[in-house]
Design a protein around this ligand. Sequence first.
Ligand SMILES: [Fe+2]
Length: 231
Amino acid sequence: MIILAGDCHGDFREVLATVAGYSPDTIAGIFFLGDQTPNRPLEQELAPLGTQLLARTWFILGNHDSDHPRFLRNHLGMWDHHLHNKVITVDGVRMGGVSGIFRKDIWYPPEKALWQDRTSLGKHELFEGQLPLKHWTTIFPEDLAAPWEPMDILLTHEAPGSHAYGFDVLDHFARRRGVQWIFHGHHHEDSMGTLAPGIQVVGLGLCQCMVWDPSMLTHAHAAVSRSGSVT
Ligand SMILES: [Fe+2]
């Protein structure tokens, strides 16, 4: 099974409690949907998982993960498990991730992008040799234009177009890659939606966890186990 965790905002008790309810051998992967904002290195926050499960833990970033330098730095110990612009296979399921949100000073679809990529922005605007902090969690057009592999599940912080505050550009991206399920955070809402042709969209609430089984790829409307309350 796969466990997904909505915006933790520094509170990892719910995901740790959810994981503790299962044998580690049955958990193929743990995925964080952004806005972890860890006050300690993420691997310390998640140390109760143990090394076996930490090795199977992945994350994307949310907008608040660049609110303070320490939030970003506290992800660095697990940076090779940052799923942004990557597709990995877990329990036979191809999972890809896109970190960050759309911002008007870079790209706010459907408006035209002001900057296509980080290199172009970097020629214009650097802070101490780095991109401005907030743009470490900004989606650039280059992120969605990259030669992505096909995937079954897409993890985003932003919502796709099925959500009232979502973005259709993520729908198009998902369709082109053969995505069947999209999981997102950001809005602190326990929500479900659909996108043609048959893409299931799940939004997880604040600290909310979902236990998802790969069999869901062929039984899209089966029940799933979700923790926490609807907010
Ligand atoms: Fe967010």
